[in-house]
Ligand binder design. Structure first.
Ligand code: ADP
Ligand code: MG
Length: 248
């Protein structure tokens, strides 16, 4: 079984100080991994390097066995970036926006077939938005829009789904629905999931592994091992620096 993702001694700097320093990790097919760390600890930067959106100054990354910058089948990787606020003027429905996620798999020149439509419907179902599939996305709440973006990433049936703080700043109901759908995605779709989030309490039972990042990797192991070190998974961003001291 080959890893869906590997990083070997990866470093990246915007300026003089490294944002991530010699990070190594790997994710196996179907694994559910959380990436946590205080604000500014390099989580988003690491995701961008792992996805091939920026090139690391040092180290190597592979996604599905390939250089992420040369990945042939981009639809095999889904990405939900941090702070996605959709343009309120965007004249598309939920189903239409989710369908664009399917293009990565089908190619834009081909007509959608039954399998495509099923994948789109299934993705909308997985984030509990079937009731609003014909509504313009601009009319939805922030939390619902965030779920649309998750469904869009799911529509290509990715082998790896990467989410950057998908529940930050959304209403409680959407937080719960996002967590439920992540559990569903991991169990039913067998996709590997790499989740950046401060709110891990509700997904703790489903998590295989937690990686704690503060420029470099401070901890990488199962959640109960982290708990055994006295670190709670119901962490709030403001408490993170405190318990990081203990991992040091
Ligand atoms: N585009 C950028 N240009 C310059 N510095 C950046 C940029 N993006 C992030 N940084 C800096 O890199 C560090 C890591 O940021 P980031 O990866 O966004 O952390 P996190 O996602 O954990 O909050 C921070 O010090 C941040 O200020
Ligand atoms: Mg970030």
């Amino acid at each position: 079984m080959t890893a869906v993702l590997t990083a070997d001694a990866v470093s990246f700097s915007y300026g003089r100080e490294p944002a991530i320093d010699s990070v190594s990790l790997s994710i196996e097919p179907g694994e559910f991994v959380a990436l946590v760390g205080p604000n500014g600890s390099g989580k988003t930067t690491l995701l961008r390097v792992l996805l091939g959106l920026v090139r690391p100054q040092r180290g190597t990354v592979t996604v599905l066995g390939e250089d992420p910058r040369e990945l042939r089948d981009r639809g095999r990787v889904g990405y939900v970036p941090q702070r996605h606020r959709l343009d309120p003027e965007l004249p598309v429905t939920v189903a239409e926006l989710v369908a664009t996620g399917r293009l990565a798999r089908r190619g834009w020149w081909r007509r959608f077939n039954t399998e495509d439509h099923e994948a789109i419907d299934h993705a909308i179902d997985a984030v509990a938005l079937s009731g609003v599939r014909k509504r313009p996305v601009a009319e939805l709440s922030g939390g619902q829009q965030q779920r649309v973006m998750i469904a869009r990433a799911l529509a290509s049936n990715p082998d790896l789904l990467v989410l950057d703080e998908p529940v930050a700043g959304v209403d409680a109901e959407s937080q719960r629905l996002v967590r439920d759908s992540l559990g569903h995605i991991v169990r039913e779709l067998a996709a590997a999931v790499l989740l950046v989030s401060h709110e891990l309490g509700a997904v703790a039972d489903d998590l295989d592994r937690v990686i704690v990042l503060k420029r470099s990797v401070l901890f990488d192991g199962p959640p109960d091992e982290l708990a055994a070190r006295g670190v709670s998974l119901g962490i709030h961003a403001s408490d993170l620096p405190l318990w990081l001291e203990d991992l040091g």
